[in-house]
Design a protein around this ligand. Structure first.
Ligand SMILES: Cc1cc2nc3c(=O)[nH]c(=O)nc-3n(C[C@H](O)[C@H](O)[C@H](O)COP(=O)(O)OP(=O)(O)OC[C@H]3O[C@@H](n4cnc5c(N)ncnc54)[C@H](O)[C@@H]3O)c2cc1C
Length: 303
C-alpha cells in the first residue's frame, strides 16, 4: 500500500487525500470505521486519474456523496473513498427554466436556488439530505415525485468513454435505482428542467413538506432515512410496526418509535448493531407476512 500511497499523492494535485479516515465522519448514520484512503477530487481530470489509478493497481474505490444512504462497516473500507470536492459545487440558472448543479451540491441547495429563481419542481427534494450525485444514482424521491420527473441531462464520467452528457432517459431510472453504479460511472453534474412558478407557492410547499418531515421522521437521531424499499402493495414501516417491532433495539440501534421505516443510531450504535437489527427485522417480517424487505441503504466495507 505504501507504493500506492505515493502514486495517489502524485495524481492528487489539488484535492485533499487523507489516510485512515473514520467513515463515521462522513455518513449520516455516524458509524463506520476507517477508509484506507479518503480523497476529495477537485477537478474532473483529478477524479478520472484517481479512478484510473485504482483500476490499474486493482485497489477498490467507492464514490460517496453526503453518505446519507450508506452503512459502512465498523472495520472500515479497504480501498479509496472518493468524494467530489468544491469544484463540483456550482449551481447556475440556464435558459428556459433549466438549472445546472454540480454533483457535490446538496439537494436542499438546489431547491433553494430554484426558489430564488422562482422555478417550481424541486420542492419535493428540499428535505432529502443527499447530493445531486447520490440523488441521481438513487433516483431519490418523496411525496409522489422523484428526480426522474425533473432531470434533463446528466454529465457522467464513464471508465471507458470519458465524459458524456446523457439524457435522463438513458439512465434506467426506477424506484431508487439507476444503471450508473453497474456501469462504474460517476455523476459529475445534472441539469434540472423546471417550470416558472410563484415565489410564495414554492416557499409554502417547501415549508409544508419540511414540517411533515419534522413531524413524522426521527430527524433528531442519526439515520440513513428509510431503511427498506417499499415492497409492492405494502409500506415497509407499517409491516415492521405490525410485526411488533416499534422500538425494537439491538445494541445502540433501534427501529424508530416515531417512524418504523427508519432505523436510528439511538446511542453509540455500531454498524454491526444496525446490520443485525436489519436482518432481524427482515426475518420477522418474512416469517409473519411472507414479504421480503429489500434494503434501500447501501452497505459498504468490513463489518
Ligand atoms: C433523514 C433522512 C431522510 C431521507 N429522506 C429521503 C427521501 O425522502 N427520499 C429519498 O429518496 N431518500 C431519502 N434519504 C436517503 C438519501 O438521502 C438519498 O438516497 C440520497 O439520494 C443519497 O445521496 P448521498 O449524496 O448522501 O449519497 P450517498 O449515500 O453518499 O451514496 C448513495 C449511492 O450513490 C452513489 N453515489 C453518490 N454520489 C455519486 C456520484 N457523484 N456518482 C456516482 N455515484 C454516486 C454511492 O456510491 C452510493 O451507491 C434520506 C436520508 C436521511 C438520512
Amino acid at each position: 500500500m505504501s507504493d500506492f500511497r505515493q502514486l495517489l499523492g502524485q495524481v492528487m494535485r489539488s484535492g485533499r487525500c487523507l489516510a485512515d479516515e473514520p467513515m463515521s465522519r462522513h455518513t449520516t448514520f455516524r458509524v463506520g470505521g476507517p477508509a484506507d484512503y479518503y480523497v476529495e477530487a477537485e477537478s474532473e481530470t483529478e477524479l478520472a486519474d484517481v479512478l484510473a489509478l485504482c483500476r490499474q493497481q486493482s485497489v477498490p474505490s467507492y464514490i460517496v456523496g453526503n453518505g446519507s444512504n450508506l452503512l459502512v462497516g465498523d472495520k472500515g473500507y479497504r480501498g479509496v473513498i472518493v468524494v467530489l470536492g468544491k469544484h463540483f459545487s456550482e449551481v447556475k440558472r440556464e435558459a428556459d427554466g433549466r438549472l445546472w448543479a454540480g454533483a457535490g451540491v446538496l439537494l436542499a441547495v438546489v431547491a433553494k436556488a430554484a426558489l430564488k429563481e422562482t422555478l417550481t419542481g424541486m420542492e419535493f427534494a428540499s428535505g432529502i439530505p443527499g447530493t445531486v450525485g447520490g440523488a441521481v444514482v438513487m433516483n431519490a424521491g418523496a411525496y409522489g415525485s422523484e428526480l426522474a420527473d425533473v432531470l434533463g441531462t446528466v454529465r457522467i464520467l464513464d471508465p471507458k468513454k470519458g465524459v458524456l452528457e446523457l439524457a435522463a432517459t438513458e439512465l434506467a431510472l426506477g424506484y431508487r435505482t439507476s444503471n450508473i453504479p453497474a456501469r462504474g460511472q460517476v455523476v459529475l453534474g445534472a441539469r434540472f428542467c423546471l417550470k416558472p412558478g410563484t415565489e410564495s407557492e414554492i416557499r409554502n410547499r417547501m415549508e409544508e413538506l419540511g414540517a411533515q418531515r419534522r413531524n413524522k421522521q426521527p430527524l433528531e437521531y442519526p439515520s440513513a432515512g428509510s431503511t427498506f424499499k417499499r415492497p409492492q402493495g405494502y409500506f415497509a414501516g407499517k409491516l415492521i410496526e405490525e410485526a411488533g417491532l416499534r422500538g425494537f433495539t439491538v445494541g445502540g440501534a433501534q427501529v424508530s418509535e416515531k417512524h418504523c421505516g427508519f432505523v436510528i443510531n439511538r446511542k453509540e450504535a455500531t454498524a454491526a448493531d444496525i446490520k443485525k437489527l436489519c436482518h432481524e427485522v427482515q426475518r420477522r417480517v418474512r416469517e409473519q407476512f411472507g414479504v421480503e424487505l429489500e434494503p434501500e441503504i447501501k452497505q459498504l466495507g468490513e463489518f
